[in-house]
Design a protein around this ligand. Structure first.
Ligand code: ATP
Ligand code: MG
Length: 308
């Protein structure tokens, strides 16, 4: 079942993101459901991408299990039968939820996007090429677009309610959430990113940068929340096509971006919603990229048997 719009669930709907839907189970738990929606250039496409939601949820689940010893996290289960055992009212929705949903511990979210950059790209490259800085702090001179950064840079941003997130300095983050939380989130973010970068590199994917979120549980513990080291929360680049000095192709979204760019150049799309209709071949190629990302990162293919 490919899902852009999720059927109504017997839970309070808390929030709709571009891709995910968040539901309240009770005071202590949330259900995160990744749909098959895909966005490019900040516009959500009309066509769902087969298996994308399951890929995102199961990549997050895989990383959280790898990281179990290093960091407390929010996952209770990403297995639909375990979730239904915990929340029996979801039984009638098993097919829709299978693979794509994660039962989580509910936290108070720290309102900071904890970005780690191992390569300079995107908004960081834009600022650096104009001013030689990142969030106002100087970086070494002479960097080219997409150059590797060693050590990686912890580059927090505020979670903007609307529009784009704003890069902030670590000092500014400390004034917002306190110095000890800032130090701990920087330490955890760097550690998790570096593990992710190393694992992915061995499998032909460069994780250029990524964004983590953290929350406090009721006992005051810091938990890693949200999605983790997925293609939606990170830039994934194909390692065999890496050439610094230019923007890199995207491992997951390049077929989609190429199609949209061509539509724009042809004057058939103005870059805003509504997006153009996607040809079946673009949808299929994008789905294949997500499945390939899962296979490479985890070392085995996603089990599609129950995902229909
Ligand atoms: N354990 C948790 N406790 C509380 N909030 C959480 C937890 N895990 C994730 N969240 C929150 O759930 C929300 C997920 O929805 P979000 O709007 O980010 O969806 P999305 O599909 O990623 O959309 P977008 O592309 O716009 O970011 C985020 O606001 C995140 O902070
Ligand atoms: Mg999000």
């Amino acid at each position: 079942m490919t899902i852009a719009q999720l059927e109504p669930l017997p839970l309070q709907h808390l929030r709709r993101g571009k891709v995910r839907e968040v539901y309240v189970v009770d005071d202590a738990r949330l259900l995160l459901v990744a749909t098959d929606r895909v966005s490019a250039f900040d516009v959500v496409m009309m066509e769902p991408i087969p298996y994308k939601g399951a890929v995102l949820t199961q990549i997050t689940s895989w990383w959280l299990r790898q990281l179990e010893a290093d960091v407390r996290h929010h996952m209770i289960s990403a297995n639909v039968d375990e979730i239904i055992r915990e929340v029996p009212t979801l039984a009638a929705h098993r097919a829709a939820l299978c693979g794509r949903s994660m039962l989580c511990r509910r936290t108070e979210v720290v309102p900071i996007e904890c970005v780690v950059r191992g390569y300079i790209s995107g908004s960081a490259w834009k600022e650096y090429s104009a001013a030689g800085t990142l969030a106002g702090e100087p970086l070494p001179p002479g960097l080219q677009e997409s150059d590797r950064l060693d050590p990686p840079i912890f580059s927090p941003a505020t979670k903007a309610a609307a529009g784009h997130d704003e890069n902030i300095s670590i000092a500014t983050m400390a004034t917002l959430v306190g110095p000890s939380t800032t130090m701990e989130l920087e330490r955890l973010s760097r550690h998790i990113y570096e593990r992710g970068r190393d694992v992915a590199a061995m499998r032909g994917i460069i994780i250029a940068d990524t964004k983590f979120e953290f929350g406090h549980d009721r006992d005051g513990n810091i938990l890693l929340i949200d999605e983790v080291l997925t293609p939606d929360s990170s830039r994934f680049w194909p390692a065999d096509r890496y050439r610094p000095g230019r923007a890199q192709p995207s491992f997951d979204k390049q077929p989609l971006r190429d199609y949209l760019d061509a539509e724009r150049r042809a004057g058939r799309w103005n870059g805003e919603a509504p997006p153009p209709t996607l040809p079946a071949e673009v949808v299929r190629a994008t789905s294949e990229r997500y499945l390939d990302a899962f296979r490479r990162i985890t070392g085995s293919a996603l089990d599609l048997s129950e995902l229909t």
